[in-house]
Design a protein around this ligand. Sequence first.
Ligand code: EPU
Length: 302
Amino acid sequence: MHLKDPKIVAALPHLGVLLRQRTCLAELTSLGIGGTTDLLSITKYEAIAELLNLLDAQDVPHKFLGGGSNLLVGDGELPWVVLQLASPELDIVLEGNFAQVDAAADLGRTVTFCAKNDLGGMEGLIGVPGTVGGALRMNAGAYGMQIGSYVRQVKLYRAATRKMETLEGDQISFEYRHTSFAADDMMLAVKLELPSKPYREILKGIRICNEKRRASQPLGQKSAGCIFKNPPGASAGRMIDELGLKGLNVGGARVSDRHANFFVNSGKASAKDMLQLIADVRERVEKSFGVILEHEVVVWNA
Ligand code: EPU
């Protein structure tokens, strides 16, 4: 969608919004798939409400983009604009065992920055691409830990009330790859409480997780991580593997040879290819195991 309304375009600089016209989302997603639309980069959180009011008044649909690492975006000209928080220079501030982190901060950088300051707990998240806001929204986790365990406070913009709100940790529920945030809540910042640990010890844990990940996941390839959630008590990757589906492809979309729950863009995959592959695999798993797999990847296809 291309913003043409002169009223909106003229107002953006005053709201601290940088307009990047006709941005190709394939370049902003780890899958390397996605069409084009205008991207609005937000530098002033205080102006978010005014920005959204302006867009709504002119009937401009929008979506919030985090780090684009768990996302499958549709092809072609997209029917909505995308809002993204610009990362401030100082995105992590430490105070004792607390880390105040901006939602736009890179997750891996946050884990290592805290580690260097003797704050651990998040070792498992090393190697998980994306922003802290994205990790928070879906309660990212790996190797026995999840980010929600360390969340003490979240600052967010609530589209439903059109207000910035601060939630305490116990007002939010964090479950397996699921949280109580609404789909249109926009994460702004989080306060984490992390256990003290010597850097050297944290580094050991980080190295172990890195090794495990390198051995089992297709890290150098374009993917969105795991495509499906694990059903209770089972592994989606193992089920897909048992059906012999590694290497199955639709156009440039392919089930990874290394981990069957990772679908990679092995060439010029379109969203259509990837969605077809997801549907085919889902159908085969249902037929053979009677299990309906739920998407873990977020799909923006309309
Ligand atoms: N397995 C196979 N074949 C495969 C893949 C896995 O047989 O192709 C088997 C493994 O041998 C193992 C079991 O399935 O016995 C589980 O596999 P793995 O340890 O790789 O974990 P996972 O359940 O597939 C989950 C998360 C990952 C996270 C890892 C490590 C989900 C959907 N996936 O994968 O998270 O990195 O554990 O903790 O919960 C993500 O969320 O995008 C993601 C990659």
